[in-house]
Design a protein around this ligand. Structure first.
Ligand SMILES: CC(C)(COP(=O)(O)OP(=O)(O)OC[C@H]1O[C@@H](n2cnc3c(N)ncnc32)[C@H](O)[C@@H]1OP(=O)(O)O)[C@@H](O)C(=O)NCCC(=O)NCCS
Length: 385
């Protein structure tokens, strides 16, 4: 029996987790992790969060330029026209209604492929059109499931409302306040694109085989569903609940650290300065928790940030999920919808990544170094002990 060992193997550099590996070039977004800088197609995330809407930001990601007023109006009309779902999708959601919302979203998005008129057209133009349709359809899936699993009729999309306001409207059937809609809009802008993280990379791997956009996005939803990627917002809310009162925060953080556990909503694979998206939601949490007369949540988050201050020297800073979870909670979303909300915002980014992959496609196929046994003698089944 021979076992491979370091002596027999050719020297190879292994980058576990593909950390710090560049595999292609992109024009979708720029991240400077040390400076805490994020640009979508060259535009600062701060300008987009402060001055644009999700629709404008999605247009930028789909068409690589900011829209004129007329272009934006036509794009908004396109999105609204695609908000409804085929009846069969509601039947499918009903059949799987007891599953986790991410599993339901993945299943329903996969089923949508059967109804898309251009499903197997991988031209750039058709891929963008499909991305626009999915951007409009995914929020309806998430909210239809929320209604169906609670024994309610889904709320039909309201075509007079923006993307974000309509999303909130489909939760309750009530038109949201301007403040709540604007905060949701900002949240979608901040989640719209973020380079080749696990879900976008997954989408690119699938597109690399020349599979279609629906296949790539279904796979991306699967990757996003894992707690190391999309789940942190939910974990932060759970942490805030466990902390209970601001004065308990320091001891809670100390206990986690002494057990070697990470504090949720802190740290990032790429950002070693504060995540630039976080500041836009920090103010949102403050205002919303006052408006909903639950200021405690903002104070708990402030106390956790204070307790985490010593870790800044290790490059561990607050990330976008730290504030997002409390916002979703205050707006009235159940915790298991926090990851699907991330997916709602990310469809334009995933589409932009797939379009880039198609523009200069190559099969993505890395290597693993074999370290198992070699050349074992084959023993017939009746002779195996
Ligand atoms: C996101 C995450 C997986 C990044 O991990 P990473 O890139 O491998 O970061 P590193 O392990 O290089 O971190 C460097 C140091 O900071 C510490 N650190 C990282 N994140 C930390 C956190 N959230 N709380 C406390 N310490 C943390 C690490 O323990 C490590 O210290 P060490 O060198 O003494 O072991 C990690 O920060 C984490 O688990 N965060 C919490 C979950 C979260 O909020 N995820 C959402 C990301 S948007």
């Amino acid at each position: 029996m021979t076992t491979t060992d370091a002596g027999q193997l050719p020297e190879v550099a292994i980058r576990r987790g593909l950390k710090d590996v560049y595999f292609d070039r992109t024009r979708a977004s720029y991240i400077d992790g040390r400076a805490g800088k994020l640009l979508y197609r060259g535009y600062s995330i701060h300008d987009l969060a402060d001055h644009s809407t999700f629709e404008e930001t999605a247009y930028l990601l789909f068409y690589s330029k900011l829209p004129t007023g007329d272009e934006l109006a036509a794009f908004e009309a396109d999105l609204k026209a695609s908000r409804t779902l085929p009846d069969e999708i509601f039947d499918i959601i009903h059949a799987v209604r007891h599953a986790h919302p991410m599993d339901v979203l993945r299943t329903a998005t996969s089923a949508l492929a059967a109804f898309d008129p251009e499903v197997n057209d991988n031209s750039i133009e058709a891929t963008v059109r499909k991305g626009v349709r999915l951007t409009a359809q995914v929020p309806t899936i998430v909210m239809a499931h929320e209604a169906i699993r609670n024994g309610r009729q889904p709320v039909a999309p309201n075509l007079s409302l923006s993307h974000a306001a309509n999303f909130l409207y489909m939760l309750t059937g009530e038109v949201p306040t301007d403040d709540a809609a604007r905060l949701m809009d900002k949240d979608f802008i901040l989640h719209a694109e973020h380079g080749p993280n696990a879900s976008a990379f997954t989408a690119r791997v699938v597109a690399g085989t020349q599979a279609n956009l629906h296949a790539a996005i279904v796979a991306a939803i699967g990757a996003l569903s894992g707690p190391s990627h999309g789940g942190a917002a939910e974990n932060v809310m759970q942490m805030a609940m466990e902390i209970g009162e601001p004065e308990n925060a320091a001891a809670y953080v100390q206990r986690l650290r002494s057990e070697g556990k990470p504090v949720m909503g802190f740290g990032h694979r790429v950002y070693k300065a504060e995540d630039p998206r976080a500041r836009h939601l920090r103010e949102g949490v403050r205002r919303l928790s006052l408006e909903r007369e639950e200021p405690k949540w903002y104070h708990i988050l402030e106390a956790v940030q204070e307790a985490m201050r010593p870790y800044a020297r290790l490059g561990v800073h607050v990330n976008v999920d730290f504030f997002a979870g409390v916002i979703y909670y205050l707006v009235g979303f159940p915790p298991d919808l926090f990851v699907p909300i991330f997916a709602v915002g990310r469809i334009p980014g995933w589409t932009a990544q797939v379009v880039e992959q198609f523009e200069n496609n190559i099969l993505i196929r890395p290597l693993t170094q074999y370290v198992g046994e070699m050349d074992l003698p084959y023993i017939p089944i009746e002779e195996r002990g």
